[in-house]
Ligand binder design. Structure first.
Ligand code: FES
Length: 76
């Protein structure tokens, strides 16, 4: 029997990042952060995924979505 669901393109949140993998997982060691602030993509449109490159702005304009990055800051 069918063990997975086929999704229509409009239901897919990840249009292009590492599509050969069954699941996209990125592990970031906070100790490796070289700057005080890093922005991670949550819209799946960044060309620098998992980092945000601002592509969410065009995605939001095109779709009416309100996606934005996860920003991690070091305590200063
Ligand atoms: Fe995806 Fe900024 S590019 S959240």
């Amino acid at each position: 029997f069918l063990t997975y669901r086929l999704l229509r393109p409009s239901q897919i949140c990840n249009p292009s990042v590492n599509k050969a993998s069954k699941k996209v997982v990125d592990i970031i060691d906070i100790e490796d952060m070289t700057s005080d602030k890093v922005s991670y993509c949550r819209c799946w449109r960044s060309k620098k995924f998992p980092l945000c490159d601002g592509s969410h702005n065009k995605h939001n304009e095109d779709t009416g979505d309100n996606a934005g990055p996860l920003v991690i800051k070091k305590n200063s």
